[in-house]
Design a protein around this ligand. Structure first.
Ligand code: DP6
Length: 344
């Protein structure tokens, strides 16, 4: 087979990947934990074709139009797969996200997970889930966690072979709901790859290193035991710690002063404060944020309608008609499909 198509979901980090031990191989400082988001996905078709002179990357936009884009990062990733398969064939990559750019979901996680699986299948490589996760990680660190199903942990490891993601619990183990509130569609000014490098400049970085093993132990146990209040407290304090590190990573860079990274907007703070109020009123809801202003409200299925109504009421009362919501449950990992994307 020289053509294959894969589906993968973006994931939401509960315990964050922020800071790398090795930035070429994307080996992280710490173990991280995430959930695949079932309502958003990337579909990618890869076809190796001797008639091509170079790799071609086509990003199909929502609504059907296409944008040809030579992406070095994609081509470098194809090189990794080609070297395993001892192939020199160029490839046509067609990819489509179900979520438009700038909606607060990291397309690099689902994108590199789908590319890895489709590319490996198109080359006839027989790889285990662990091997696929390792390869996806080299494309983008968080992509390693979009390979297994459900709620996933990425073991940091200390080498490329020992740094991979595996399932912590399957998708139907715990009825968690993520209500993602997208508050802005503006492209972020600092990429996560750049942010990872800046983290060490924060005076709070040593504190993070010290507290990470305890955080990982408490959060993975809370998930296994379906202990929602312990999980929620860990989730929120982790998001705040990452954003504190981001905001305080200012430093002198050669001749100039580089300020910290502020992914929050005023709307982010409005939602964070609302969560505290809702909790005081007895609603079991917690928040987390990745590298952007989107606020993810995490609750249990039984309370998700009440949380949804509370967010909608807040949006209306405060004149935030621009907010949009996506509701996600724990999703599957990357998988193959016969439904290839059409070549434009
Ligand atoms: C804030 O995986 O996008 O979402 O490995 O450089 O591609 P690269 O970084 P990336 O970083 C994700 C950072 C985060 C936290 C997380 O997903 O754990």
């Amino acid at each position: 087979m020289s053509k294959a198509t894969a589906i993968a979901h973006p994931n939401l980090a509960f315990l964050k990947y922020w800071g790398k031990r090795d930035s070429t191989l994307n080996i992280p400082i710490n173990n991280s934990i995430s959930m695949n988001l079932d309502a958003v996905q990337t579909v990618t078709t890869v076809e190796f074709d001797a008639a091509l002179t170079n790799d071609e990357v086509v990003v199909l936009e929502q609504g059907g139009s296409s944008r040809a884009r030579f992406d070095q990062r994609v081509s470098r990733h194809l090189d990794r797969l080609r070297s395993l398969a001892e192939s020199a064939l160029p490839a046509r990559v067609i990819t489509r996200n179900s979520f438009p750019a700038g909606t607060g979901f990291a397309s690099s996680a689902s994108g590199f997970a789908a590319l890895t699986l489709a590319g490996a299948a198109a080359l006839g490589l027989k790889l285990s889930e662990r091997e696929l996760s390792i390869l996806a990680r080299m494309g983008s660190g968080s992509a390693s966690r979009s390979i297994p199903d459900g709620i996933v942990e990425w073991l940091a490891g200390d080498s490329s072979d020992t740094s991979y993601a595996r399932q912590l619990v399957p998708p139907d183990y715990w009825a968690l709901v993520d209500i993602a509130v997208i508050v802005s569609r503006e492209e972020k000014k600092v990429s996560s790859s750049e942010g990872h490098e800046l983290a060490v400049n924060s005076p709070f970085w040593p504190v993070r290193l010290e507290t990470l093993p305890g955080k990982y132990a408490r959060m993975s146990q809370a998930i296994r035991e379906r202990d929602f209040s312990t999980f929620g407290r860990e989730l929120e304090s982790e998001a705040m710690m990452m954003h504190t590190i981001m905001m305080t990573s200012a430093h002198i860079d050669g001749e100039s002063w580089r300020s910290g990274i502020y992914y929050w907007t005023g709307d982010t703070l409005t939602l964070v404060q609302a969560v505290q109020e809702w909790r005081a009123q007895g609603l079991q809801v917690y928040f987390t944020l990745d590298a952007g202003p989107t606020v993810h409200l995490i609750c249990l299925e039984a309370e998700s309608d009440t949380v949804l109504s509370a967010v909608r009421a807040l949006a209306e009362q405060s004149g935030r008609a621009h907010w949009s919501l996506t509701v996600n449950r724990p999703g599957m990992g990357a998988r193959l499909t016969e439904a290839h994307l059409p070549t434009p």
